[in-house]
Write a protein that binds this ligand. Structure first.
Ligand SMILES: Cc1ncc(COP(=O)(O)O)c(C=O)c1O
Length: 407
């Protein structure tokens, strides 16, 4: 019998799997109300439109769908994406876009394109666990700064860059989720967006801007993406790589997204995709094209916003009721997206609390999974999009009872 443990590549030898996956495996009991996964609600899937588009595609194009197709993506989806981005003041050509097999694939391509073992990525504390996992495949080193209520602590990031420079180290890129960040729900202010871009140019460090939730704003004013600000303020831009996915605004089962950036970077990522998955399924791409061109996605997004806004309000109202000030429990209040960040008193470790919560038939993601280094233990990520309104209320009650039971 081969000793497999000693055969694995250095990069993944010690890798034990996505921590979030391990959390989710405890949730098979149907009585558990899960606020853990980042699932959009199936209630906003466009079931009948999807069926109609699907039927049309299968009737007319089955030969092409079942064949290999172009690695960078389908021409029709490129055109639709170009229009989709124009409404967000991003002006691109086909050479600036690579169709990906979802946001996680987009992150994987960014990691593979730029990171060697030990390379430094600057991140928020906390940040999206899936990005940490993807960049960890390349054995990245994370240097983080605590996120602030108005987004990335840009001054703190600059201090870190200066410290690293003293040791002759330059970070490979800065990774951020500026809109309704996963896991905190925090949005970066306009001032900080401009400041971050300035930093990127001053120190010549690219920014990877991950934007799955940009269209899910329920309160407040739209803010320009880093990508569009870069184009506008820096003569067409070039320092920002944008990652997008249709998972949260259409449906995650299709696994389609796109990366945008300088043609040079996009070409490199397309080359990696050649050795990685080849083409993204044409059928899935065609459904996304139908979503963008035939299904009135603006009306759909309005519906999603109203639906999730309601759930967010219910969740926050119930939190106010069951977690009075003296409970020591606090939480972020987001203007959009799918998540909130709940903090419990310092002495509670949410990784342990998770198992108590399971006994109370409620689940969340322990916050420690969202740190690139030195995890804080007293936070949890809460998803409010998937559970029904009634379940959300009940989940907060159960969470409150659970926290009281261990105090
Ligand atoms: C910030 C962020 N980036 C990327 C992804 C991955 O998206 P996808 O499901 O399309 O792979 C997610 C999913 O939750 C996310 O929150």
């Amino acid at each position: 019998m081969i000793d497999w443990k000693n055969r694995y590549a250095d990069n993944i030898k010690d890798y034990q799997g996505y921590p979030l996956g391990k959390t989710l495996k405890y949730l098979s009991d149907p009585e558990i109300i899960s606020l853990a996964g980042g699932l959009p609600s199936p209630e906003i899937f466009q079931t009948s439109e999807l069926r109609a588009a699907s039927e049309k595609i299968l009737l007319n194009d089955v030969d092409k769908i079942m064949q290999y197709s172009a690695i960078p993506g389908e021409q029709s989806l490129f055109e639709a994406v170009i229009d989709f981005l124009k409404r967000d003041n991003i002006h691109l050509e086909k050479q600036n876009i690579l169709i990906t097999t979802s946001g996680q694939h987009g992150l994987d391509l960014a990691g593979r394109a730029f990171l060697d073992k030990g390379d430094i990525v600057l991140v928020d504390r906390p940040t999206f666990a899936g990005a940490l996992v993807a960049f960890n495949m390349e054995k990245a080193t994370f240097v983080g700064v605590d996120i602030e209520p108005d987004g990335t602590h840009v001054d703190g990031i600059e201090t870190k860059i200066k410290q690293l420079q003293k040791n002759n180290k330059t970070p490979k890129f800065i990774y951020v989720v500026p809109d309704f960040q996963n896991p905190t729900g925090i949005t970066m202010s306009l001032k900080k967006r401009k400041q971050l871009l300035k930093l990127s140019y001053a120190y010549d460090i690219p920014i990877v801007e991950d934007s799955p939730y940009r269209d899910l704003r329920y309160y407040g004013k739209d803010l320009p993406s880093l990508f569009s600000l870069d184009q506008e303020l820096y003569n067409g831009g070039g320092n920002v790589i944008g990652l997008y996915t249709f998972s949260k605004i259409f449906c995650p089962g299709l696994r389609v997204g796109f990366n945008i950036g300088h043609p040079e970077v996009i070409k490199k990522m397309a080359n990696i995709k050649e050795g990685n998955i080849l083409n993204t399924p044409k059928y899935n791409q065609d459904l996304c094209t139908a979503y963008l061109t035939q299904m009135d996605f603006n009306a759909h997004l309005d519906k999603c916003r109203a639906y999730y806004k309601d759930k967010l309000a219910i969740f926050l109202e119930t939190m106010e009721k069951y977690f009075p000030k003296e409970s020591g429990v606090t939480w972020t209040t987001s203007e959009g997206g799918l998540f909130l960040w709940v903090s419990v008193p310092d002495h509670i470790d949410t990784a342990q609390l998770f198992f108590e919560a399971i006994k109370h038939k409620v689940a969340f993601v322990p916050g420690e999974q969202f740190y690139g280094e030195n995890p804080e233990k007293n936070h949890m990520r809460i998803n409010f999009s998937f559970a029904s309104k009634e379940q959300l209320k009940e989940a907060v009650k159960r969470l409150s009872a659970c926290i009281k039971s261990i105090d």
